[in-house]
Design a protein around this ligand. Structure first.
Ligand code: ADP
Ligand code: MG
Length: 291
C-alpha cells in the first residue's frame, strides 16, 4: 500500500473514533476472517448488577454482608456489583482478612477465623465444596443469561448471588454486520458455558468459547491462527492483553484498561463494536484503492 493511502486511511479512522496505531495494522485488517470478542466490558457494558439473592443458610442480609466482605478484596467487576449492592442496602457490617484472588475463579478470605469462598463452580470443586444440591438453581439463572456467583464457608455452600450485565446497544448490530461481511464471530469468555450460551442465542453469535481461564485466552487465538484464520481480537481487560497482542489485529475498547490499550493495534475510542466493523471496512476500502 502506498504511504499516502495509508495516511488517508488512518486519518479517516481517527475522524471516526478509531485510533489505528500503524499502517501495517490498517493493511492487516482487510484480510480478517475471524473476530474474537471478550464478553464483559466488550459486548456488554461491563457494569454488572445484582439480580437474585438466594441464601441457603441464614437470611438474604447475612449472605450479602458476607459476600460483600469477601468481594471487598477483589477488583473484579462482579465483585463491584456485590459491594455496590451491599453499600446501597447498608449491609457492609462484616469484615474479612487474608484475601486471596484466585484468577478466573473467584476469591477466598477469612471471616471470624473461618475461610470463605466466592466464585464459580470450578472454584468450589477445587475447595471440595459440593454443589450438586444447587445445580437446578445455577442452571435456571444461567439460562437467563445471568452469572451465578457461589458463596461457601469452609464446608458448604451458603448461598448464590446472581449478577447480570446489559449488552451495549450496538453489539447485536455489529455482530450481524460481521456475519454479512462473511466474518466469523467468536465470543471468548471466562464466564460459564450456560450463561455464555444464553447470551450467544440472544445476540445470534455464531460461536462461543466459555470457561476460559485468563491465561488461556491467548491460546485460543493461536489455535484459530494455526487453522489458517486471520484473527482480530476485541477486548478491554487486563486478561485480554496477551490475546490482543497475539491476534493479527488487536482492537482495544477505549474505556478499557491501560494494558489492553497498550497491547492493541487499534483503539475503539467510543467503545462501540460498530467501530470495529468500520475499521475492517475502512481497511478493505484502502486496499481496494491501492490494487
Ligand atoms: P470474565 O471477565 O469473562 O467474567 P474472569 O476470568 O475474570 O472472566 O472470571 C471468570 C469467572 O470467575 C467469572 O465469570 C466468575 O464466575 C468467577 N469470578 C471471577 N472473579 C470473581 C469474584 N471476585 N467473585 C466471584 N466470582 C468470580
Ligand atoms: Mg472484559
Amino acid at each position: 500500500a502506498t504511504p499516502v493511502a495509508i495516511m488517508v486511511g488512518t486519518g479517516k479512522g481517527a475522524e471516526n473514533g478509531i485510533l489505528i496505531k500503524s499502517g501495517e495494522a490498517l493493511e492487516t485488517a482487510h484480510a480478517i476472517d475471524t473476530v474474537v470478542m471478550d464478553k464483559t466490558g466488550t459486548i456488554t457494558e461491563g457494569r454488572p448488577k445484582v439480580t437474585d439473592i438466594l441464601p441457603l443458610k441464614g437470611t438474604k442480609e447475612d449472605l450479602v454482608a458476607i459476600a460483600a466482605a469477601l468481594e471487598k478484596g477483589s477488583e473484579h467487576p462482579l465483585a463491584e456489583a456485590i459491594t455496590t449492592y451491599a453499600g446501597d442496602h447498608q449491609l457492609t457490617g462484616r469484615t474479612a482478612s487474608d484475601f486471596k484472588a484466585l484468577f478466573g475463579r473467584g476469591v477466598q478470605a477469612v471471616i471470624d477465623g473461618k475461610t470463605y469462598y466466592a466464585g464459580n463452580t470450578r472454584l468450589m470443586d477445587e475447595a471440595h465444596i459440593d454443589t450438586k444440591a444447587i445445580t437446578a438453581s445455577l442452571n435456571a439463572l444461567a439460562d437467563d443469561g445471568k452469572t451465578p456467583l457461589l458463596f461457601a464457608d469452609d464446608k458448604e455452600i451458603i448461598g448464590i448471588i446472581a449478577v447480570a450485565d446489559v449488552e451495549k446497544e450496538t453489539s447485536a448490530e455489529a455482530i450481524a454486520d460481521f456475519a454479512k461481511m462473511g466474518i466469523n464471530v467468536v465470543m471468548l469468555t471466562g464466564d460459564n458455558q450456560r450463561t455464555a450460551e444464553a447470551i450467544r442465542q440472544r445476540l445470534h453469535i455464531p460461536q462461543v468459547i466459555a470457561g476460559v481461564l485468563p491465561q488461556d485466552k491467548e491460546k485460543h487465538i493461536a489455535a484459530l491462527q494455526a487453522e489458517g484464520h486471520k484473527v482480530a481480537m476485541i477486548g478491554d481487560g487486563i486478561n485480554d492483553a496477551p490475546a490482543l497482542a497475539k491476534a493479527d489485529l488487536g482492537m482495544a475498547i477505549g474505556a478499557g484498561t491501560d494494558v489492553a490499550i497498550e497491547s492493541a493495534d487499534a483503539v475503539l475510542m467510543r467503545s462501540d463494536l460498530l467501530d470495529a466493523v468500520s475499521a475492517i471496512r475502512l481497511s478493505k476500502a484502502v486496499i481496494k484503492n491501492i490494487k
